[in-house]
Design a protein around this ligand. Structure first.
Ligand code: ARG
Length: 261
């Protein structure tokens, strides 16, 4: 679905070849399985603005963030092939196999008009709910709040995605914190796929903590304010390949136009 396990760049292939050589030389360097990757379990009571984006049968496939009682920010790539009729938003449900919380139908899907592929940027969508969510929304950045992306700032990520690359989803909501990575470093990792105007990266140089498949569309929160949307990455939690998030300050005004319409 939203598996931006994208085409591997030449640089990534070379890096993988190098990693394979390193493994042959030093098998003890293989990372232990990481128990989101490397995070901890949490609840929607602790993070009431975190939404499951599901199909009509309430099977979660992406995350979303409640920014007003009837508006949910998610990733444009999560909405590929979807229609308002096919999507639900579920709030207040910590466990994927739960049946509690609040299920809302979607009356409108706005996808950034320039969106084509997550690696080209513009990976933002706003869902309008047909009924209100009884949960506290989170504030999102305004267009002038760009200082939140200073390298090293701690960012919180949340989701039900896989707990390791090619692993399975987490039944319980998970969270982790990861430092913001500079544009220079992220461009060094991803080359022209990193569009600094539209994206921000977060992760540790050594990897180990990251969002992963199924976390897309979910929140990246800095200083208690929504600042990014889980978008893509080369694998998950790999050293030298941080997670890539939509840079919400670039899209704040367009999001606000949807939130107020
Ligand atoms: N595209 C993925 C999704 O649809 C999210 C990938 C995030 N990857 C990462 N390494 N941070 O769920």
């Amino acid at each position: 679905m939203s598996g931006i396990n994208r085409a591997r760049s030449a640089a990534a292939v070379l890096a993988t070849a190098g990693a394979a050589a390193a493994l042959l030389a030093a098998p003890s360097a293989v990372a232990a399985p990481q128990p989101i990757v490397g995070g901890t379990t949490t609840t929607t009571a602790a993070y009431p603005y975190v939404m499951q984006v599901t199909d009509a049968s309430q099977n979660q496939f992406c995350g979303g963030t409640l920014v007003s009682p009837t508006k949910v920010v998610t990733a444009a790539h999560c909405m590929a092939g979807e229609s308002a009729r096919s999507v639900r938003v579920v709030g207040g449900r910590t466990y994927l196999n739960g049946s509690n919380g609040t299920v809302a139908r979607v009356s409108r899907i706005w996808v950034h008009p320039d969106y084509t592929d997550a690696t080209n940027g513009d990976d933002v969508a706003v869902l309008t709910l047909a009924s209100s969510m009884p949960y506290k929304p989170v504030k999102y950045v305004s267009s002038s709040d760009t200082s939140v992306y200073a390298a090293g700032n701690e960012a919180r990520v949340l989701g039900w995605g896989t707990t390791r690359e090619n692993g399975s989803s987490s039944n319980q909501l998970r969270t982790a914190t990861v430092p913001v990575v500079s544009d220079a470093d992220c461009g060094g990792s991803y080359g022209s796929d990193y569009v600094a105007s539209d994206m921000v990266c977060a992760g540790l140089p050594s990897g180990g903590v990251d969002t992963c498949q199924g976390d897309s569309g979910g929140p990246l929160v800095i200083g208690g304010v929504l600042a990014g949307i889980t978008s893509w990455g080369e694998g998950c939690a790999r050293a030298g390949y941080p997670g890539v998030y939509s840079r919400l300050t670039t899209f704040s005004d367009q999001v606000t136009a949807q939130v107020t319409s």
